[in-house]
Design a protein around this ligand. Structure first.
Ligand code: PMP
Length: 387
């Protein structure tokens, strides 16, 4: 099988594999235990926190280990909103884009149902948020703006730096960035960002571990109550192998970023230009530098053919792709593409290709040829023969 769904989850980095086995077997003590082996494990956790802080240019006390990006995103949003509500009797206001990952989007929708004011910002055809529209949406009671770095369905890069600069002049507003798909693929300076989310399994680390960077001064209420782990932000026994391997993955992603992105950029260019030459396809991913080098999203609308049908045609050719985020894959049409195009046909006939440095040019050629064959097949057959 040729896998092109690396945004949903990527394999462990080869250098992380032995760390996972070694730390799972040997570092079994509880990092909070007050005995010698507990102290030793705790030292490893704190050294990991420091290594991550060094790479991200933040303080170790600003690094919170979580169970993954879904938790980090919820912790950032619910944490800021609850801290505000504890401090004042005013209703808080949040701003996010319509193309955020479901762990941001649905969290904000839930808060809206609970009475919090929420502005969902639209995007243009490339999926980009307009910073001046964002500025106009700011209210006196705005407490948080959440805008992702790289979109997980289209690869679109948001003007996070510009938004950060704009929000720097408004210290009452916290700026949260979901950095999951951009990390190791597109540069980002965290200087003007207050809260930043990462996930282990998208960068060669294991599943079930993530990071929330919460800068000094950001008030956060915890999501769960229990012990005093993670500076009181997150109770529960620390996932030691997760932390050890995530730290390795963070360092490797940064160390290898230049080489990885150079390769991915040429692979992306090859696939992108081949798909552009197929007149029937609508390419939803904007051309670089507006997009990251590992995602290409296209739609093909003909005879009511949906994403699911195309996924199964490609599966018969041993190609594994997805239509949208794995977290919202039960939805008929893509919310992200609806926000970008306002067109149900485009949004229900999309395919997301996501790449990795292990994908060869031969794999990419096979992929493009298979997509071309699929289009011909769809054009020359009726829908029911394809099912
Ligand atoms: N944000 C983005 C942009 C993502 O792509 C994902 C994974 N689909 C998440 C958050 C959630 O990550 P996790 O699986 O670590 O909860």
């Amino acid at each position: 099988k040729l896998y092109f769904d690396y945004c949903a989850s990527a394999p462990l980095h080869p250098q992380v594999i032995h760390k996972l086995i070694d730390s799972s077997v040997n570092l079994y003590a509880n990092a909070s235990s007050t005995h010698e082996i507990g102290f030793e494990v705790n030292r490893i956790i704190e050294a990991s926190r420091e290594r991550i802080a060094n790479v991200l240019h933040v303080k170790p006390s600003e690094v919170i280990f979580t169970s993954g990006a879904t938790e980090s995103n919820n912790m950032a949003i619910l944490g800021v909103v609850r801290a505000y509500m504890k401090r004042t009797s005013q209703i808080p206001h949040l701003i996010l884009s319509e193309v955020e990952h479901s762990s941001v989007y649905n969290c904000c929708k839930q808060l809206r149902d609970e009475g919090v004011e929420v502005t969902f910002l639209g995007v243009d055809r490339s999926g980009v948020v307009n910073p001046s529209a964002l500025e106009k949406a700011i209210q006196d009671n705005t407490v948080l703006v959440s805008i992702m770095h790289v979109n997980n369905e289209t690869g679109t890069i948001q003007p996070v730096h510009e938004i950060g600069k704009l929000l720097k002049t408004k210290p009452a507003i916290q700026f949260h960035v979901d950095g999951v798909q951009g990390f190791g693929k597109a540069n980002l300076d965290l200087e003007d960002i207050d809260l930043y989310t990462l996930s282990g399994h998208k960068m060669g680390g294991p599943k079930g571990i993530g990071i929330l960077i919460a800068k000094e001064g950001v008030e956060l209420m915890p999501l769960m109550y229990g012990g005093n782990n993670e500076f009181g932000h997150r109770p529960g026994t620390t996932n030691v192998p997760g932390v050890v391997c995530l730290t390795e993955a963070v360092e490797l992603s940064i160390a290898e970023q230049a080489e990885t992105t150079t390769y991915l950029t040429s692979l992306h260019h090859f696939i992108y230009s081949k798909l552009q030459s197929i007149p029937e396809l609508i390419i939803n991913t904007p051309e670089p530098p507006l997009s990251a080098p590992h995602i290409i999203n296209f739609s093909y609308h003909n005879k009511g053919i949906t994403s699911a049908i195309m996924i199964s045609i490609l599966a018969k050719k041993n190609i594994v792709v997805s239509s949208q985020s794995a977290c919202s894959s039960k939805a008929k049409e893509s919310r992200v593409l609806m926000a970008m195009t306002h067109n149900e046909e485009i949004a229900s006939s999309s395919i997301r290709l996501s790449l990795h440095e292990s994908v060869s040019f031969d794999d990419a050629k096979y992929l493009v040829n298979s997509i071309t064959e699929m289009i011909d097949q769809i054009k020359s057959t009726n829908k029911f023969q394809l099912l």
